[in-house]
Design a protein around this ligand. Structure first.
Ligand code: ADP
Ligand code: ASP
Ligand code: MG
Length: 473
């Protein structure tokens, strides 16, 4: 027998469950595993139930980080983009529909009904704005996806007999005030976690939100799209987790995005360095920053499928048994290539410094660079919401004051990831052979032993990855 109590104010659901499990949680024989469930994993009640099976099967899983249900963040982003009230309402209705579909399948809807209604009401008031959204409001709107899914998932676990609370991660996930791309403040997060979160973990399972945080003024921020993986790793670092699990819709990290070729296969183990390169160069399965906290604290990360939790997965860790030359191929679309040329700089010093000074003042982050004496070509990530769209124009104007600037868009960055690529015989030979008919717009090789990168037209990219995968694997 167990009873359920709701604490409306803190949005918490608590349930005193079977004595045995409580005993397990209170004994300190267990080391914390942080489990993160992505959007498709918490897409609906059935998917959430599968995640509950995973959590309940392992008493070490104590901290659970959830994404918004699949599609919800896109709807919330859409809501803030629309100028027409009807279109905003339409986006809101989508979120409401997904939320109610889960709520209606709960056995004890009343226990979370009020909390869910309250969140939806708050969101609805943000639909009725008669002006465009500020950056602060955009982040606030986007935060509702994770705030809703975490309350629902906590209740799914509660109904399975787990002692569980949902926890507002904004109490601990302190970021700076860069809305849309909040930078986590690691030391403050550690201190706040020790104070507010760690004590709770000794008593119950905690379900919290990925992706969102709050600045020092208490304003809601987000870590950037796909940021829940990063949240899980940051929280894993803060609580001293022994493992961070990323549960998603694929059975691990593949040799390339399995949507690009059916020949892609799961990589059982991969080093932090290689996986970090994959994430940086577009393997969407992990947010690019995810491995930074894991590497800092040497916390192994497991990636698996919440649909097939027993089908294996990928272990990412510092030491791996195998270090193949070719590990994977990553693809990042919508890249921009900027070429800056200044004949006046022939034999003059300081050209590159001048170019990079301008880019850095405009907070533009550069990925690939190739240079000659009087010109430099560099690539920028042109993802929506990236620094590119906001600050490129003023930066270009400054560059044009002393050089010719050309901008090429719709390019894809393809990265071959592996080990000792800079010193392995035949690497570029195999690549050029595989891609003899392709116009490679730019190539970077030698700076990293873990990657070799090049640019092709967006339209050709998927085919190139497929061809290259066939040749290298
Ligand atoms: P979640 O919502 O669980 O965070 P994402 O959609 O963000 O899931 O990431 C999982 C997706 O990443 C997969 O469905 C797959 O298409 C894509 N992906 C891209 N590259 C890879 C790769 N190398 N290995 C596995 N998945 C990849
Ligand atoms: N819900 C957020 C997004 O869709 C964060 C995440 O899923 O990781 O981008
Ligand atoms: Mg993701």
């Amino acid at each position: 027998m167990f009873f359920i109590r709701r604490e409306t104010l803190s949005n918490q659901i608590s349930i005193a469950a079977s004595a045995s499990r409580e005993h397990l949680l209170n004994s300190h024989a267990y080391q914390i595993i942080v489990a993160k469930f992505g959007g498709t994993s918490v897409a609906d009640f059935t998917a959430m139930s599968r995640c509950a099976d995973i959590v309940l099967a392992d008493p070490n899983i104590r901290l659970i980080v959830v994404s918004a249900s699949s599609g919800v963040t896109n709807m919330l982003v859409e809501m803030t983009k629309q100028s027409e009230a009807a279109a905003r309402l339409n986006a809101y209705a989508g979120v409401e529909r997904i939320t109610y579909a889960v709520l209606q399948q709960l056995q004890q809807q009343a226990l979370v009904g009020a909390a869910i209604e309250q969140l939806l009401l708050e969101l609805k008031t943000l639909v009725d704005l008669n002006r465009s959204y500020s950056d602060i409001e955009k982040d606030l709107v986007q935060s509702f996806g994770e705030r809703l899914s975490s309350v629902l998932f906590a209740q799914v676990l509660a109904e399975r007999g787990a002692p569980v609370s949902s926890f507002d991660v904004r109490r601990v996930m302190r970021t700076d005030s860069r809305f849309g791309k909040g930078e986590p403040q690691i030391d403050t997060i550690a201190a706040l976690t020790a104070q507010y979160l760690q004590p709770l973990l000794n008593q119950q399972l905690i379900v919290t939100q990925g992706f969102i945080g709050a600045d020092s003024q208490g304003q809601t921020t987000t870590l950037g799209r796909g940021g829940s993986d990063y949240s899980a790793a940051i929280l894993g670092e803060a609580v001293g987790a022994k493992v961070v699990q990323i549960w998603t819709d694929v059975v691990g990290i593949f040799t390339t995005d399995p949507r690009l070729t059916d020949q892609a296969r799961c990589i059982p183990e991969i080093s932090f360095d290689e996986a970090a390169e994959m994430a940086t160069f577009g393997a969407k399965v992990l947010h690019p920053a995810t491995l930074i906290p894991a590497m800092r604290q040497n916390i192994p990360v497991f990636v698996g499928s919440s649909r097939e939790p027993n089908a294996g997965g990928t272990w990412i860790s510092k030491q791996v048994d195998t270090k193949p030359s070719y590990r994977a191929i990553a693809l990042r679309k919508a890249q921009t290539l900027i070429t800056v040329k200044s004949p006046a700089m022939l034999h003059a010093a300081g050209f590159l410094a001048r170019v990079f000074d301008i880019l850095s003042r405009h907070q533009i982050s550069v990925d690939l660079v190739t240079t000659s004496e009087i010109s430099v070509a560099l690539t920028l990530d042109d993802a929506p919401g990236s620094a590119f769209t906001q600050s490129i124009e003023p930066a270009l104007a400054e560059l044009k004051a002393f050089s010719e600037v050309t901008v090429e868009q719709n390019l894809s960055l393809i990265a071959v990831i592996g080990n000792h690529l800079h010193s392995t015989r035949g690497v570029t030979g195999s690549l050029f052979q595989a891609l003899e008919k392709i116009n490679m717009r730019l190539i970077c090789h030698g700076a990293s032993r873990h990657n070799l990168c090049f640019l092709v037209q967006d339209g050709e990219a998927a085919g190139v990855v497929k061809e290259l995968h066939q040749a290298l694997f």
